[in-house]
Design a protein around this ligand. Structure first.
Ligand SMILES: [Zn+2]
Length: 374
């Protein structure tokens, strides 16, 4: 039985922060100053209690799923198939500025699609938006897709027209199509890709499989145990999904990268692998200021707070996308954790009526990033 647990502690021997630092194989969902929400097995819950933590069960997974993951809720979101159809349609609608590219294939041979939006001028000014490294984060498909849709619909009006003249915007809404399909059909809380591991478990965490400081941690949030939710894989870029993104970025040399995830409403910048800040003061200031600007722009739309912070302030992670894009290419790189803010508001399972407002509030920050980076 897998449980969703709210963990608190008043015991000095069991500080909450320590939960993130020890390799217990937990699936950490949410980190607040006074509690942590995670998913774990019954045995893990008992172990935490023996260590001195207070553990409260939030929902039995089944009840949770029947309440939130109905067919109606799924219908509001893209599947891999409907996403391909809609991306194709977008590309067909304005062939002079939009192209559909297959940037790679998943382990189960599903195409990983990207839209290149911009006039064909051989520009070196390029920016990249990605979504859905993690299967269960469905809203992280919709926000980059709606961004692409917006850019195409407004291709003839400034400032979009100007951007498409001077550069290119690449959008990859679903990096992990196998995981996403599995999540739609079998397990709404599936996170990883669908790699069969030698120990009989399935899945590598694609957002721990990038090749900068890969594998340097062995904690709950970046694990070397294949059955764990944050399994880093046998080596950096062992997965076809991350190799597709690696090759795209190596080829296009983007000037900036945003990758969407959910949930928690956060704006994260490197580093994830260390608590130390970025050393280069210019880079650090640029990213901190941009993150603060994003917070203002997002908050001005529907009064939602997205908190800017260094990625490792949430919890340490090694091998994530933005440590790699910044670490190797030195470009501004952000992970944006979308709605909702808490597990109590649905966590990974966001009602489809939230798609539009989540997009609306993220639009000005995405456009600001394009403006600054191009
Ligand atoms: Zn994620």
């Amino acid at each position: 039985m897998v449980l969703i647990l709210k963990v608190t502690s008043t015991e000095p021997r069991a500080p909450l922060a320590q939960l993130l630092e020890v390799p217990l194989g937990l699936d950490i969902w949410e980190v607040q100053s006074d509690y942590v929400v995670l998913r774990g097995a019954e045995a893990q819950a008992e172990r935490l209690q023996r260590m001195g933590y207070s553990v409260e069960q939030l929902h039995m997974t089944e009840t949770y799923l029947s309440t939130f993951a109905t067919a109606d809720a799924a219908a509001g979101y893209h599947s891999a198939e409907t996403l391909e159809q809609d991306m194709r349609q977008l590309a067909d609608s304005q062939p002079e500025v939009v192209e559909l590219h297959e940037v790679g294939r998943s382990l189960e041979n599903r195409p990983i699609w990207a839209l290149r939006i911009g006039e064909r001028r051989g520009s070196t000014r390029k920016v990249c938006f990605m979504g859905c490294h993690h299967a269960r984060e469905w809203i992280a498909v919709e926000v980059p897709y709606l961004l692409a849709d917006y850019l195409v619909q407004n291709a003839n009006q400034n400032p979009v027209a100007q951007w498409l003249t001077q550069g290119e915007i690449w959008v990859v809404p679903m990096v992990n199509p196998d995981g996403h399909e599995f999540c739609r059909r079998h397990d709404r809380l599936w996170r990883k890709n669908r790699r069969p591991n030698p120990d009989g478990s399935v899945g590598v965490d694609p957002n721990r499989n990038y090749g900068y400081m890969w594998g340097t941690l062995n904690v709950n949030t970046s694990s070397h145990v294949p059955s764990d939710e944050t399994y880093v894989g046998p080596r950096a870029f062992s997965e076809p999904e991350t190799r597709a993104i690696r090759d795209l970025i190596a080829r296009e040399l983007f000037r900036g990268v945003i990758t969407y995830h959910s949930y928690s409403q956060l704006i994260l910048y490197p580093w994830g692998y260390t608590r130390r800040p970025i050393i280069d003061p210019t880079d650090r200031d640029q990213m901190v200021r941009l993150a603060q600007r994003f917070q203002e722009l997002i908050g001005a739309v529907h009064d939602e707070i997205y908190t800017p912070q260094q990625s490792s302030q949430l919890y340490p992670t090694a091998g994530d996308t933005t440590d790699w894009t910044y670490g190797i290419y030195g470009v501004p790189s952000f992970t944006i954790e979308l709605r909702p803010r808490t597990q109590a508001e649905g966590g990974f399972i966001l009602s489809p009526d939230q798609i539009q407002p989540t997009w609306e509030e993220n639009q000005p920050a995405a456009l600001e990033f394009i403006q600054r980076v191009l």
